[in-house]
Structures are given as structure tokens and as C-alpha cells.
Design a protein around this ligand. Structure first.
Ligand code: ADP
Length: 163
């Protein structure tokens, strides 16, 4: 069932990558042979950190997880997942609101790419952590250190220094 290379693709914007995302990746790395964090890049969509800044920071976060890699992609998740040979897409679920959106995505990815979607529930302490909250707190100069892993906080500080 888990395909030839045992790869699950964890796609998202990760703008920025939070402690909630980190928790999902750590747990998934113990369950699947390989996990690929796939940063979706949407040309024309304004993002806080560039794709390259996100990739470098996430690379640092997962440096000790031997079976986790980080890539960027453009276009449809289903197409990218297939091109990577992933057997399934991995997503995290926080609350009921996530489910409505995720169920539609899962259906589309099944229709387009024949791909299953696997969900991990957010850990209780991370249910209220979101990239949106981090972006809001960051924009107003608030302390984001409890919401993001240290390499991401560093990337945000460097970003502030430049802007
Ligand atoms: P997207 O822009 O594709 O919705 P995100 O970068 O916001 O992607 O999130 C990627 C995935 O991680 C989604 O499945 C989302 O539900 C999940 N996720 C986001 N925050 C958390 C969290 N705090 N705990 C667990 N899963 C989360």
C-alpha cells in the first residue's frame, strides 16, 4: 500500500513554518519511510518569506530527521506528488474548520492524481498555532518565538533586518 519508495508528500505554503508544522513532520517521520516537505510557490501571491528563505529555514529545522527532505514546487499538488512518486499526501488537521477545506482538497487530489490523503491531528498544544497568526504578530513587531522553530525565527529576524 505504501508504494515502492514509501514517500509521503507534506505540501503547504509554510509561510512561515510553525511549531505545529514541525510537530506533524516529526511524528510523520516516525510513521513513514520518507517524508518530503513541499513548499508550494504561487507566482504573483505575496508571501512573507521567499520560497528560498522558507526552504533554507525548514532544512535547518529538519536537519536531524534523516528521512525528511524539503523541496519547492509550482502548480498542482497532485501533479507534483505524482512526479515525486509519492504514495500519499499528508496534511494536518486542527479543528472542524480545517476539515471542510481539507476534504475538498482530498477529493480533488484523488480525482486528479488518484492520490490518497492522510491526516494527522494537531497536538493539543498546537491547535491554535497558524502561519496567519504568526504573520499578524510579526507585522506588528510582536514576539513570534513561541510559534516558530528557532531557525524560522532567525530567518524572520534576518528578513526584518533587510526590509
Ligand atoms: P496551506 O497553505 O496549503 O493550507 P499551510 O502551510 O497553512 O498550508 O499548512 C500546511 C498543512 O499543515 C495543512 O494541512 C494545515 O492544516 C497543517 N497545519 C497548519 N498548522 C498546523 C498546526 N498548528 N498543527 C497541525 N497541522 C497544522
Amino acid at each position: 500500500m505504501s508504494g515502492q519508495n514509501g514517500l509521503v508528500l507534506y505540501p503547504g505554503s509554510f509561510d512561515p513554518f510553525t511549531v505545529g508544522h514541525e510537530d506533524i513532520v516529526e511524528r510523520a517521520s516516525k510513521m513513514f519511510a520518507r517524508v518530503e516537505v513541499a513548499i508550494g510557490v504561487h507566482a504573483g501571491k505575496q508571501s512573507l518569506l521567499s520560497a528560498e528563505e522558507r526552504r533554507r529555514a525548514i532544512d535547518e529545522v529538519v536537519v536531524n530527521l534523516q528521512n525528511v527532505t524539503v523541496t519547492t514546487f509550482e502548480g498542482l499538488v497532485a501533479d507534483y506528488a505524482r512526479s515525486r512518486g509519492a504514495f500519499a499526501i499528508l496534511r494536518g488537521l486542527r479543528q472542524a474548520e480545517d476539515f471542510a477545506y481539507e476534504a475538498r482538497m482530498a477529493h480533488a487530489n484523488k480525482q486528479i492524481g488518484g492520490l490518497e490523503t492522510i491526516y494527522l491531528s494537531a497536538s493539543a498544544e498546537h491547535v491554535y498555532v497558524s502561519s496567519t497568526i504568526v504573520r499578524d504578530v510579526y507585522r506588528w513587531g510582536g514576539d513570534i518565538s513561541s510559534f516558530v522553530p528557532e531557525p524560522v525565527a532567525r530567518a524572520l529576524r534576518a528578513h526584518t533586518g533587510r526590509s
